[in-house]
Design a protein around this ligand. Structure first.
Ligand code: SF4
Length: 689
């Protein structure tokens, strides 16, 4: 029996564990004493490892390359040489006929790690010559990245997960940590046990709401109105930190011209919370010595996602609850390496290390390092992942390289996404399983999985940690970075890395924020938290100390926006709000957790539609009954789960099921600033079958 220390492949908490291996199979996961998890693991961490063994519960592991020689033909097993030659020839043809901008790629925010993503974006920029590279943050926290970069300078968490235990007040809005990041939820419980005040705003009585000092049962889609009302109260009751505002921010007066219209009484109908409750919550947050605001996709997957993030940042700025110990902003990222995907420049306007593509000095640096003429590195912002349907429909995108994601399962409006993927001239899918998206691919490239390769992940709080291989690759699977490298060589831009450490050292050299994060520091239980600008630097558990913001002028900026109602409101035909959510036992598209024996046994398809018993009674629906759920996009079978913690007038579904896939129903409308879809609000109806 052997043990290999690694990092959990599921959520952004970044829990360390030992994989126990017997006869070449992963048989167990043991918690390790990591900086975040300190000897704890959640359900997925403990029981979500045996997909590596190719259990074939949901789908078999991909073990050999395949190509579809022409549309309508079957996928055919080929050698790696033939698969990569075929891919290179087809990509070159598309570039010759339509230009490099006709190719779009998405990186993987899951098991592959930072080194693979770095090599992919280098291939995209230095070999293909486009910035059409994005990652799944577009679907989840792009609004946080953009909103926070504008407000305070960095799109990442300003505090660390362990520090949640030390704060005096935690305000959660649009975030269900018990389902999304159970170990973060455990830190919140410890803070509460220590005496911290907990405020939760959410339409559902989520698990954390049950231990909250104050629960605000806000209506779906009311974030901006609630956040502005909280800010109004703090200023109107003179609870603001005027020295902080004066010393470290700009734009307060302009911001107040909007926010002064948001007295709690003025928005009580929109928000659905009594004015005195809003005032009380504002006082608790403002008067705490230290405070953290945590949020998730309940904030970002809305029509006004970026505006809501600006409004959250404004709350921290008016109270001075940022830039001091155990205070700040916590947009907790979903997948285990979605922070890392952004760190590595899987973003249409940023190189690795958050360096702008339109900065000539930055482009010159990368051109020199990558040995390409500067003209090869485009200064033009690339396409967003959620632009894909429009780009394919208008003919401007002809090829899509899908790396370790499953947009046919996870993106809104499945029918539209299916048409999009089918209409491409070339769909390449590099993955570990035959996912829904991969079934449509023209080229299937089988990669090694988590457990079979190593590298560095970035946890949600900017913590770099190394993960390692425990078992040999299955079949003919190859490491992701090797696949990109070989493809790049075939397309005329040679790369010759021999290890992930060599790639990581290039990343460090090119990214001042990361330079001090050596492999050595991250050995075993070690970690390094960026910014870490030199080798002797201890890392940065917190950002903006003393009000040193990282915006171009060094000041934090206020932005205010008026509340707008969601795009598709309920009506007579579709009277219920449909909201997508996570569940604790499965992750994302379910390709990994669905292939784990213990987790697969927890639930069967179709998934549940969670609804209030009164809404069910009005429709003659009983607990566990099969039902139709339908919207303007489609109709699916589901099973009713009745729960009085669900607010009346809304239903909630997770998005990983193949039968009863809720994305058949969701609406492809995006926040205009971030391109993040409005997955948290659409109209639907539920009926008994
Ligand atoms: Fe894995 Fe997240 Fe659970 Fe930790 S909290 S064990 S990182 S899924």
């Amino acid at each position: 029996m052997e043990k290999h220390i690694t990092v959990c492949p599921y959520c952004g908490a970044g829990c360390k564990m030992n994989l126990v291996v017997e006869n070449g199979y992963v048989v167990e996961a043991e918690p390790a004493d990591g900086v975040t998890n300190r000897g704890e693991l959640c359900l997925k961490g403990l029981y979500g490892h045996d997909f590596v063994n190719d259990t074939k519960i949901l789908t078999p592991r991909l073990t050999h390359p395949m190509i579809r020689r022409e549309k309508g033909a079957e996928l055919e097993r080929v050698s790696w040489d033939e698969a990569l030659d075929f891919t290179a020839e087809r990509l070159k043809r598309i570039i010759d006929e339509h230009g490099a901008e006709a190719i779009m790629l998405t990186g993987s925010s899951r098991g592959p790690g930072n080194e693979a993503n770095f090599v992919m974006q280098k291939f995209v920029r230095a070999c293909l010559g486009t910035n059409n590279i994005d990652n799944c943050a577009r679907t989840c926290h792009a609004a946080s990245v953009i909103g926070l970069m504008e407000s305070v300078g960095s799109g990442a968490m300003s505090v660390s997960i362990p520090l949640l235990e030390e704060t005096d007040c935690i305000f959660l809005i649009g975030y269900n940590p018990a389902a999304s990041h159970p170990i973060v939820a455990s830190r919140i419980v410890k803070a509460k046990e220590r005496g911290a005040t907990l405020i939760v705003a959410d339409p559902r009585v989520i698990e954390t709401a049950r231990i909250a000092d104050m629960y605000l049962a806000q209506k779906n889609g009311s974030n901006i109105a609630l956040l502005n009302a909280l800010a109004y109260t703090i200023v109107a009751e003179d609870l603001a930190d005027w020295d902080f505002i004066e010393g470290h921010t700009v734009g307060f007066d302009e911001w107040w011209k909007t926010v002064e219209r948001y007295a709690p009484e003025a928005v009580a109908d929109v928000v659905g919370v009594a004015p005195e409750q809003i005032r009380q919550a504002a006082r608790l947050y403002a008067m705490a010595e230290t405070a953290v605001i945590g949020w998730g996709m309940g904030i970002t997957q809305q029509r006004q996602g970026v505006d809501s993030v600006h409004a959250i940042a404004a709350l921290a700025l008016i109270t001075g609850h940022i830039g001091k110990h155990a205070s700040g902003l916590a947009p907790v990222r979903g997948q285990n390496n979605v922070q890392g995907s952004c760190d590595m420049g899987m973003w249409p306007s940023l190189y690795p290390g958050y360096q702008r593509i339109d900065d000539d000095a930055v482009r010159e640096k990368f051109a020199r390092a990558w040995n390409v003429p500067i003209e090869k590195l485009s200064p033009v912002e690339g396409r967003k992942l959620t632009d894909l349907p429009h780009g394919v429909a208008d003919g401007s995108i002809r090829a899509f390289y899908n790396f370790g994601e499953d947009p046919l399962q996870t993106e809104p409006d499945t029918a539209q996404m299916r048409r999009t993927l089918e209409d491409l001239d070339l769909l390449i899918s590099q993955d570990i399983f035959m996912t829904q998206t991969t079934t449509l691919a023209d080229v299937v490239l089988p990669a090694t999985s988590w457990g079979e390769h190593g590298g560095v992940f970035t946890a949600s709080d900017r913590t770099f940690q190394r993960f390692s291989a425990a078992v040999p690759p299955k079949g003919e699977c190859r490491h992701d970075w090797e696949i990109f490298q070989d493809l790049s060589c075939r397309m005329g831009y040679p790369m010759s890395y021999t290890s992930t450490e060599e790639i990581w050292n290039e990343i460090r050299e090119l990214c001042p924020l990361f330079f001090g994060a050596t492999y050595e520091k991250m050995e075993g239980l070690g970690h390094a938290q960026w910014p870490i600008p030199d080798i002797d630097h201890p890392g940065s558990p917190e950002l903006y100390g003393g009000g040193a913001f990282t915006t171009p002028d060094g000041k934090a900026h206020f932005f205010a926006t008026d509340y707008e109602s969601p795009t598709e409101l309920p009506d007579r035909e579709y009277p219920l709000v449909l909201c997508t959510v996570r569940e604790v036992g499965h992750y994302s598209c379910r390709s990994m957790t669905g292939n784990c024996k213990a987790l697969a046994a927890l639930a069967d398809e179709p998934g549940y539609v969670h609804m209030n018993p009164l809404d069910a009674e009005a429709r003659g629906i009983d607990e566990e009954q099969l039902v139709w759920v339908y919207s303007r996009r489609g109709k699916i079978i589901s099973r009713a789960a009745l729960d009085d913690r669900i607010n009346e007038g809304a239903v909630y579904m997770t998005y990983q099921w193949w039968v009863g896939k809720c994305n058949e129903l969701t609406l492809h409308v995006t926040d205009s600033q971030s391109g993040t879809p409005e997955d948290k609000y659409g109209a639907c109806q539920v009926e008994p079958i």
